[in-house]
Design a protein around this ligand. Structure first.
Ligand SMILES: [Zn+2]
Length: 63
């Protein structure tokens, strides 16, 4: 096992589950589910994700 990633690569095809904007954050739930959020919704759901003990990882910038 390697250490959990602190960044993740998301592409233009990865879309926010809430609004369809380009995803900037990947949230992995304790149940194993994954959610993608744009920056706006990542901010909006940040507290809730922490309550759910989700692992929230910001996407690495791509050039
Ligand atoms: Zn969004």
């Amino acid at each position: 096992m390697t250490a959990p990633a602190t960044t993740v690569r998301l592409t233009a095809t990865d879309r926010c589950d809430r609004c369809g904007a380009r995803a900037r954050v990947l949230a992995t739930l304790p149940s194993g589910g994954e959610l993608l959020f744009c920056q706006h919704h990542a901010n909006e759901f940040e507290a809730r994700l922490k309550d759910m003990d989700a692992l929230v990882v910001a996407a690495a910038d791509e050039s």
